[in-house]
Write a protein that binds this ligand. Structure first.
Ligand SMILES: NC(=O)c1ccc[n+]([C@@H]2O[C@H](COP(=O)([O-])OP(=O)(O)OC[C@H]3O[C@@H](n4cnc5c(N)ncnc54)[C@H](OP(=O)(O)O)[C@@H]3O)[C@@H](O)[C@H]2O)c1
Length: 249
C-alpha cells in the first residue's frame, strides 16, 4: 500500500490500546514506528500490522524506566514523526505498593516519570520544527485519589498535570498536546475485573477516539473516551473530603 508520507510513533506497542491505535493509523496509510521493551513481541506486532495493512512498520526497543537511554533513542530516529502516542502504563497492585517501596516506585515511574520525560524530549523536537501532535494516555484515576488505586492514580495525576503544563507552554508553537482518559477499557490490564458495560470501552473504540482527536481535531485537548466519564468525574471530584474518606471506592 502506498503510504501518505506521515509517521506515527507509538510508545507501548504491546499494549492492547497501543496495538489498536497503531492499526488504525496504519489503515489510514501512515507509516508506524513501534516502540516497546520486548523486541520480539514488538516485532510480532509490527509483522501483524504490516501483513494486515501493507503499511511500513519499524520497531525500536526501549524500556520506559531506562531514562538515561532516551536521548540516544531520540537521536536514533531517522525522521521526526508527525504524531507521537504514549500508552505505556502499569496498574500495579495497590496493596503490594503499600508494603513494597520498589513496586510503588515502579508504578510511579512507569506511569509518570518515564512517559513525562520522553514526551518532554519529543516536545522539544516538535517545538523546534514548529509542528506535531503528542498524545499522552492518562486516566480518570488521576482525578481523585481513591483507596483502591492511589499509587497508580497519583502517578497518572502527575502525567495529567505535566501534559496540561506542556500544552499551555506550547500553545503558540504549532505543537498540539492531548490528554486521553480512557475510563475502563477491556484489556490485559483489566483482565478478570468486573467492569460496568456502560463505562467500559473496547481498545478499538479508544484508538478511534485517539485518531479522531489527534488527526481530526475532534474532542478537544482532554478526551474522555466515553462522554459519560466527564460528568461522572466532575461529580466525584466535588464530593467533600469528609464524606469521600468514608466511601469505599
Ligand atoms: N485498561 C484500562 O481500563 C485503562 C484505563 C485507563 C487508562 N489506561 C491506560 O492506558 C494505557 C494502555 O493500557 P492497556 O489497558 O492497553 O494496558 P496493557 O495492555 O497492560 O499495556 C501496558 C503497556 O505498557 C507497557 N509497559 C509497562 N512497563 C513498561 C516499561 N518499563 N517499559 C516499556 N513499556 C512498558 C507494556 O509493555 P509489556 O507488554 O512489555 O509489558 C504494555 O505495552 C496505560 O497507560 C494505562 O494506564 C488503561
Amino acid at each position: 500500500m502506498k503510504g501518505i508520507g506521515k509517521t506515527l510513533l507509538l510508545i507501548g506497542a504491546t499494549s492492547d490500546i497501543g496495538r489498536a491505535t497503531a492499526l488504525i493509523y496504519a489503515e489510514a496509510g501512515w507509516d508506524v514506528l513501534l516502540v516497546g521493551r520486548r523486541r520480539v513481541a514488538v516485532q510480532r506486532e509490527a509483522d501483524d500490522i504490516s501483513a494486515r495493512t501493507g503499511a511500513h512498520v519499524m520497531v525500536h526497543e526501549l524500556d520506559i524506566l531506562a531514562t538515561s537511554r532516551f536521548e540516544e533513542f531520540m537521536s536514533s530516529i531517522s525522521a521526526l514523526p508527525e504524531t507521537a502516542v504514549c500508552v505505556v502504563g502499569d496498574l500495579g497492585e495497590q496493596f503490594r505498593a503499600e508494603q513494597d517501596l520498589e513496586h510503588a516506585a515502579t508504578v510511579m515511574r512507569t506511569n509518570f516519570e518515564g512517559p513525562a520525560l520522553l514526551i518532554g524530549l519529543l516536545a522539544e523536537r516538535f517545538a523546534a520544527r514548529g509542528s506535531g501532535t503528542i498524545v499522552g494516555i492518562s486516566s480518570v484515576a488521576g482525578e481523585r485519589g481513591r483507596a483502591s488505586n492511589y499509587v497508580y492514580g497519583a502517578a497518572k495525576a502527575g502525567l495529567t498535570a505535566f501534559l496540561s503544563g506542556l500544552r499551555n507552554r506550547l500553545s503558540r508553537s504549532g505543537v498540539r498536546v492531548l490528554t486521553v482518559k480512557p475510563g475502563f477499557v477491556r484489556t490485559r490490564m483489566t483482565d478478570g475485573m468486573k467492569l460496568p458495560p456502560l463505562l467500559t470501552a473496547e481498545p478499538r473504540e479508544v484508538a478511534q477516539k485517539i485518531f479522531a482527536a489527534a488527526e481530526g481535531g475532534r474532542g478537544g485537548d482532554v478526551v474522555y473516551v466515553r462522554a459519560i466519564w466527564r460528568p461522572l468525574m466532575t461529580m466525584i471530584r466535588s464530593i467533600p473530603e469528609p464524606i469521600f474518606k468514608r466511601l469505599r471506592l
